[in-house]
Ligand binder design. Structure first.
Ligand code: ADP
Ligand code: ADP
Length: 225
């Protein structure tokens, strides 16, 4: 489902963020991506979501070589990928409903469908009673859950999260991870970047580790899962 083959990324200015990275995440898997700040986690997620392009190597999503995806085709590939950011990037001027509806509006979904799907997404994260609120009226944990609802509203097969629990206390962090676990049980492939090793240790999932742009040996890399 997500396949990296000899992927390197050098940013303009010469900084090597990723160096010959290889790994494979299967459909229906949930995996963590760990490593210190600056190790290359965000860069790796940006290559999957086509926010950045590799300097060398190939990224395959659902068997599609992203090097062969041109800028016009990017939105179609992105539909398969829900992304959750640490700072959730909600639009303050808009209600919770509008924030969650945004990906569907961009896709051109019919308005009857939009309302139905936004309600379903907010129901999944337990925020249906906040549908008319503005983000500033919500707690940090609630804002993060709105970000999650927005990421899953069009039922993408792949969910990426970049430090989704970075600003949350341990209890709320576990709650968010349970949500990811729940989506995963329903078939979504999930990749969560985090530097919170305590959190990773409490969940029994595969963990990929980046160190200075290199992927450390992954004991479960070949066929073990
Ligand atoms: P992480 O998410 O693990 O903290 P990043 O992928 O954000 O790591 O960054 C990896 C390295 O690449 C860092 O040294 C960072 O400063 C550098 N980097 C990230 N984005 C850019 C960019 N747009 N331009 C130049 N360097 C970048
Ligand atoms: P986040 O934690 O949300 O990824 P960052 O502060 O790491 O936020 O990065 C914010 C933006 O700046 C990102 O788009 C990243 O690619 C870019 N960036 C990160 N490090 C550098 C850098 N050394 N030089 C230029 N841009 C960078």
């Amino acid at each position: 489902m997500i396949n990296f083959q000899q992927v390197s990324k050098t940013y303009p200015g010469g900084h090597r963020a990723l160096e010959k990275v290889n790994f494979h995440i299967k459909q229906g898997e949930l995996a963590f991506l760990t490593g210190h700040s600056g190790a290359g986690k965000s860069t790796l997620l940006k290559l999957i979501s086509l926010m950045e392009r590799p300097s060398a190597g190939n990224v395959f999503i659902n068997g599609v070589d992203l090097n062969k995806v041109n800028s016009r085709q990017v939105p179609y590939v992105r539909r398969d990928i829900g992304i959750i950011f640490q700072n959730h990037r909600l639009l303050e001027r808009y209600s919770v409903f509008d924030n969650v509806a945004l990906p569907l509006i961009i896709e051109g979904t019919h308005h009857n469908q939009i309302s139905k799907r936004v309600h379903a997404a907010l129901d999944k994260v337990g925020l249906i009673d906040k549908i008319k609120c503005h983000p500033s009226m919500l707690s940090g944990g609630e804002q993060q859950r709105v970000g999650i609802a927005r990421a899953i509203v069009n039922s993408p097969p792949i969910l990426l999260a970049d430090e989704p629990t970075g600003n949350l206390d341990p209890e709320l962090s576990m709650e968010i991870l349970r949500l990811f676990e729940d989506f995963n049980k329903h078939g979504t492939t999930v990749l969560i970047a985090t530097h919170d090793l305590g959190l990773v240790a409490r969940m029994k999932y595969r963990s990929l580790t980046l160190k200075e742009g290199r992927m450390l040996q992954d004991p479960l890399a070949e066929g073990a899962l």
